[in-house]
Write a protein that binds this ligand. Sequence first.
Ligand code: FAD
Length: 586
Amino acid sequence: MPIRKRKFDSLIIGAGGGGLRAALQLSRADAQVAVVSKVFPTRSHTVAAQGGVNAALANVSEDNWHWHMFDTIKGSDYLGDQDAIEYMCRAASRIVYELEHTGVPFSRLDNGRIYQRAFGGQSKHFGGEQATRTCAAADRTGHAILHSLYQQNIRAKTHFFDEYFAIDLIKDDAGYVLGALVMEIETGEPMLIEAKTTLLATGGAGQLYRTTTNALINTGDGMAMALRAGVPLQDMEFFQFHPTGIAGKGMLITEGVRGEGGYLINRDGERFMERYAPHAKDLASRDVVSRAIYIEIREGRGCGPDRDHVLLKVDHLGPEVIKKRLPGIRDLCLTFLHSDPIEKPIPVYPTAHYTMGGIPTNRYAQVVTPARHGPEEVVPGLYAAGECACVSVHGANRLGGNSLLDILVFGRAAANHIIDYLNESRYHRGLPDAGVQQAMARLERWDKKGDGETVDSVRAELTRVMEQHCGVFREQTMLDEGVKKVQELASRMQEVRLTDHSRIFNTARVEALELENLMDIALATVCSASARTESRGAHSRVDYPDRDDEHWLKHSLYFNDCSLDYKPVRMKPLTVDSFPPKARVY
Ligand SMILES: Cc1cc2nc3c(=O)[nH]c(=O)nc-3n(C[C@H](O)[C@H](O)[C@H](O)COP(=O)(O)OP(=O)(O)OC[C@H]3O[C@@H](n4cnc5c(N)ncnc54)[C@H](O)[C@@H]3O)c2cc1C
């Protein structure tokens, strides 16, 4: 039977904040846009973002974009590309005002201006006093943004394919990406979407780890699709662990809690961050706070009968602040801990949170592949934005509040560039048979159930291996064993059996396809980590505790054949002087 086919100007895979920001702009420019999402758009992970989005609006205290730029570069441990960071920080205020006009109900100050809270790693005057830069809609900022963008897209007549799973990109011999093969999850029917441009906006891969703040759907599908299409993945060794997940469960307690004045204590009731970051204390960068918690616990100062977590104290803020500014956090504690933060501190432990690495792009969100030992080349027709991309504005460690900003700024940048591209490309090039058959083979492989181990059991083992071998602290033997274990698990994929859901067979196929994607991303992460023999940002090596700018001030690139290459960090901003690497203290 011939495969169903649809044609659009532009295909967007992913309906989170990144995909929807781009879609809105394209639809408003009268392009025919298809948005494919494996879940209903407003269930994308952006909906879970709590704390807020950074912009130097200076509504609460003095601020400017140049300080924001410095903080982002320092937070990235100097691995972020300074041109992209300047571009993002300069665009931030405009992006927030646009959101306000799109309908996002930001919290307000008494004078009516947008409320802003303090977040980690923010400073005034290039490393001076704490800044107050994160614009928030209580502690449900992502929810407000995603719903507003979705509603505006409906109004602009964006075409949505809800609950369709993208399987693979279709590329022709000349290297053009011409759309993708997708599957309608309800019926299992494949469909080809032909498009002049394809934007990957598929989010992160937090499901690599057992304890994570990420939704079940965050399986790095877009990154794996790019990898299979011959694009290397950049900086995959840098995975962020958020210091404050609910202990033993992983749900996120936003940094906004510390921004509002909450702080961490150990079993002696000591505010231990004063020792690790005397200046910024609890609002030091996330990598710094996560490591401090680990050390407190390792040295026996953890709380609870097993001394396996620390406490986040908030009761001193008073019921009024908690109810007004942190209502979602209070709900989370009441539901999952059966305790009220107004009365009792919250038990917390670091948890997997954010994929700093991803698909390499330039600041127009075009995907670039560095030809080995040659100049970078753009992949024609392919774009990436949001958490799946690595532009790179977060380098080795992302600052809180900068991801919502990243997805919106580069979702917009992608749309701007796509509009120009569409103006120049009047015709579709036609889908190549070979590419279509290859993608179909990936889907058909899961038509049978198999009789080996189940998808669920292999996925559970993978996340355990990643937690044990590629967590907050790393070391060579541990990483090398991790590489072997992931390779061994990947080889077992051949025999894997679909987890038995007799009545919902297509979702079982989706789970298998997701696991294949996760496996590729796990290998990229652990291989890149094993090769980098220094500590930088979130990549913390006990055997190489120092940052080594002489040898390692460079981005890693992981290719699908398990090999690695490197490319320089772009140290030159667009208009201002560059910030040379300095020791990073908070
Ligand atoms: C709990 C939590 C709280 C956070 N809080 C903040 C915060 O306060 N501030 C901040 O700046 N950042 C925060 N972050 C990070 C930020 O929310 C995310 O990085 C960002 O929202 C990612 O947006 P995105 O558009 O890239 O992808 P997502 O919102 O993750 O959306 C991905 C989309 O891709 C689709 N998709 C994926 N694979 C496929 C496939 N194979 N086929 C079809 N569709 C597919 C999904 O259906 C979904 O629509 C938080 C993250 C978490 C997990």
